[in-house]
Write a protein that binds this ligand. Structure first.
Ligand code: AMP
Ligand code: MG
Length: 362
């Protein structure tokens, strides 16, 4: 993405011709989108079947899929590649879904400790799962799991007693990242981004666990993709729990809910559907850092990362936006409740003029 957008814009006659070609394509794709908007579910499924596409999911999902498909085909007819296929922000997405100690009564001030650390790598080019990591973790503050916790997560006392403690597991995870050539290179990192279902895996469990175990919070954990947010923005739904996100795609939860590994695999299935349907997953949440680069636990620690913040981080927009980055305090939802806020307009049609030449197939 960065390379494409950092190239100097086309000039003069060439730019004019590209602009008019772009506008023409834009009109044609918009017209198709209008037709898709008027189709009922049966019509959508029939068209998708003809195009050898997945026909599962709600009407809104099918519409999104068909629009993406038409757009890709129209671009290819014009000898242009689909921007999403060469333009994804990350080579890999790593889905993480922690399980933690818990009590049924949710006692105030209870300190959750991570007891399962799973991760699934999705390669964004092949859109396949290419690796997995999993370890149970021995809790220290509350070494005995409540019956409720075992019932919820399927994790027994024995499983955590035989497991390494958090600093060692975090180290194993870092080694696994290295072994898989997943190197975090700072804000401009293309290699991978973390994805979670909701804000709390990074914003509560990992942040607090690192603090309690006196481990620095890893750089890769300070910003992440909240898949729930990506999903509801892309398919235009309210915030949904994991099983309902799957159901709207015509899928069912596979495995055991609240098993961290199974949760991660199911979140990964959703991420793959989003990618297939043309959603360019990007970071959308971050830890709010205060002076000294540390979070202040007296305040809300998770906040929204807007598209503009993201573009400035990636060097895709003007420096004055970059300077505002730390001041951006658009808040994320406080709990994973219904929230229709923060909708962003996923650009279904637009083909940036400066990309036209790059999209031209050789
Ligand atoms: P999940 O990713 O939904 O499986 O949840 C992650 C962690 O949140 C669990 O391991 C629990 O520590 C906690 N948790 C989830 N659901 C509940 C619940 N209903 N009551 C108490 N804690 C929960
Ligand atoms: Mg879970």
């Amino acid at each position: 993405m960065g390379d494409i957008n950092k190239d100097p814009p086309e000039t003069g006659v060439l730019q004019d011709s590209l602009r008019s070609e772009g506008e023409n394509l834009h009109k044609q794709i918009a017209k198709r989108n209008g037709e898709v908007n008027r189709m009922n579910k049966g019509e959508l499924r029939a068209k998708l079947r003809d195009l050898k596409q997945d026909t599962r999911g709600t009407r809104a999902v099918l519409q999104k899929r068909l629009k993406h498909c038409y757009k890709k085909n129209r671009l290819s007819k014009a000898n242009l590649r689909d921007p999403a296929s060469i333009n994804h922000f990350y080579d890999n997405i790593i889905v993480i879904d922690f399980e933690a100690t818990c009590e049924e009564a949710k006692p105030p001030g209870f300190k959750h400790e991570i007891i399962e650390f799973p991760a699934v790598i999705i390669n964004t080019q092949s859109r396949k799962i290419i690796g997995e990591f999993q370890s149970y973790v021995q809790p220290v503050l509350n070494p005995r799991l409540s019956k409720f916790c075992t019932r919820l997560t399927g994790i027994s006392q024995e499983m955590v007693e035989n497991a390494p403690k958090f600093p060692e597991v975090l180290n194993q995870f870092k080694n696994w990242l290295n072994e898989n050539n997943l190197i975090f290179e700072g804000e401009d990192c293309r290699s991978f981004a973390i994805a979670t279902d909701g804000p709390w895996d990074m914003g509560r469990f990992l942040l607090h666990q690192c603090n309690d175990s006196q481990q620095p919070l890893p750089e890769w954990a300070k910003k992440w993709i909240n898949i729930k947010k990506s999903y509801c923005n892309f398919y235009r739904t309210k915030r949904l729990p994991l099983n309902q996100m799957l159901e709207k795609l015509g899928l069912h939860f596979e495995g055991r809910p609240h098993c961290g590994m199974d949760d991660s695999r199911n979140i990964a299935r959703i991420a793959i559907h989003l990618l297939n349907d043309g959603c360019n997953l990007r970071l959308n949440e971050r830890i709010r850092l205060h002076s000294g680069g540390k979070p202040d636990f007296r305040y809300r620690v998770v906040c929204n990362l807007s598209r503009r913040d993201f573009e400035s981080l990636r060097g895709l927009s003007k420096p004055d936006v970059i300077n505002n980055e730390e001041e951006s305090d658009e808040d994320t939802e406080n709990e994973d409740d219904e929230d229709l806020g923060h909708f962003e307009n996923p650009d279904e049609v637009d083909i940036p003029i400066e990309m036209m030449a790059k999209l031209r197939m050789k």
